[in-house]
Design a binder for this molecule. Structure first.
Ligand code: SAH
Length: 347
């Protein structure tokens, strides 16, 4: 029986060059194919027009290109686009294009489902099926870049890892994708335009600092009081705030890059002054800003957005303490494309 063909995009440039040399060809041929795969996002070997027909046939016999496929695209009344993305093994993830007058942002997934258990997040209910490969992450970005050019006449400007999954639990693949996105052969984007959002895995935050990735870091905090945070984000039991804070201090000492905290104010959970003061105190650890984000209901009614007064109270307390705060409105709610709503409902 023939062995299963290998995904050609799992090879590094060097491996691809070596493969061609082993076939009696030039290593330069490897660079050409690599460029087709990554710079030109070829879906098939036939597209590689500067490669001879025989070579293309040979590649086809040895490899496959496991490209993602945008299965369904939905457009929100506010312009947000959600892609349901089919993977080669038929699993689905979602990614979102968020247009604003100044920028277009891709919100991409890093895992199929999620291994964390945030009680307020729809993706958490899906359980983690598997990690995405670097190329599956990269492909989502390319698909959104194409949509951005097509519908908004401009290339993608920013990327946030705020789709499905916990990026720091799929660290190696996420970093390989970032490498591709920022490399000349890929999209050549600046790492400063990429934000990795994490629920807070201290060991991996330190690793990210050590690896000098130059990306921006966002932390989904939602509470700066351990008992409350453990209730809504049970993994906080394993990674308590003290460890998270220590890892953020480490991050800042190494990178000098300001952290963004994402924070939702919920009715009867954290809509009080004690909770707001705890956030203010937490914010004193390292330079940061706070995004107060709107809660997107996920059907079970357990969590409810706090009153506008509670959000204003947070805003004032943070501002009085010199902490930058932005109140973020949700985008794409009508198509379940907003934060925490990604659950393959359209698939
Ligand atoms: N696992 C990563 C990235 C995915 S979630 C992380 O936790 O940061 C992206 C953001 O959406 C996080 O800040 C998350 O807390 C927030 N979020 C999750 N569920 C939400 C909901 N129902 N409404 C609004 N934001 C939500």
């Amino acid at each position: 029986m023939k062995n299963e063909k290998k995904d050609i995009r799992a090879l590094t440039k060097k491996q691809l060059q070596e493969f061609f040399v082993s076939q009696g060809d030039k290593s330069f041929r490897g660079s050409q194919v690599y460029e087709w795969l990554w710079n030109k996002s070829a879906h098939t070997f036939e597209e590689m027009t500067n490669i001879s027909k025989e070579t293309r046939e040979m590649l086809k016999e040895n490899f496959v290109i496991n490209h993602i496929r945008v299965d369904q695209m939905q457009r929100s009344s506010d312009g947000t686009i959600k892609n349901a993305v089919k993977l080669h093994d038929s699993l689905t993830v979602e990614s979102v294009l968020i247009p604003t007058p100044k920028r277009t942002t891709a919100c991409v997934s890093s895992q199929v489902g999620c291994s964390l258990d945030c009680q307020f997040c729809a993706t958490a209910k899906l359980k983690r099926m598997r990690n995405l490969n670097p190329d599956e992450i990269y492909d989502q970005v390319v698909a959104i870049d194409n949509e951005s050019r097509l519908y908004f006449d401009k290339p993608l400007s920013n990327i946030v890892f705020m789709g499905m999954g916990e990026p720091l639990m799929n660290y190696n693949n996420v970093m390989k994708a970032v490498e591709k996105i920022t490399s000349k052969e890929g999209l050549g984007m600046s790492p400063k335009r990429i934000t990795i959002s994490t629920s807070g895995v201290p060991k991996m935050i330190k690793k990210l600092a050590d690896d000098e990735a130059k990306i921006k870091l966002a932390v989904s905090l939602h509470s700066a009081i351990d008992e409350v945070r453990t209730k809504i984000m049970p993994f906080n039991e394993t990674f308590p705030l003290k460890d998270l804070k220590e890892s953020l201090e480490y991050w800042y000492a190494k990178t000098k890059s300001r952290i963004t905290y994402e924070y939702i104010v919920w009715k009867d959970i954290n809509d009080n002054r004690v909770a707001a003061q705890a956030l203010v105190d937490f914010c004193k650890a390292v330079p940061c800003k706070v995004n107060l984000i709107e809660y997107n209901p996920i059907d079970d009614g357990h969590f409810q957005q706090a009153s506008a007064e509670a959000t204003t109270m947070y805003q004032h307390m943070l501002e009085r303490n010199g902490i930058t705060v932005t109140v973020r409105r949700s985008r794409g709610k009508d198509i379940d494309a907003a934060c925490g709503q990604l659950a393959n409902k359209s698939a």
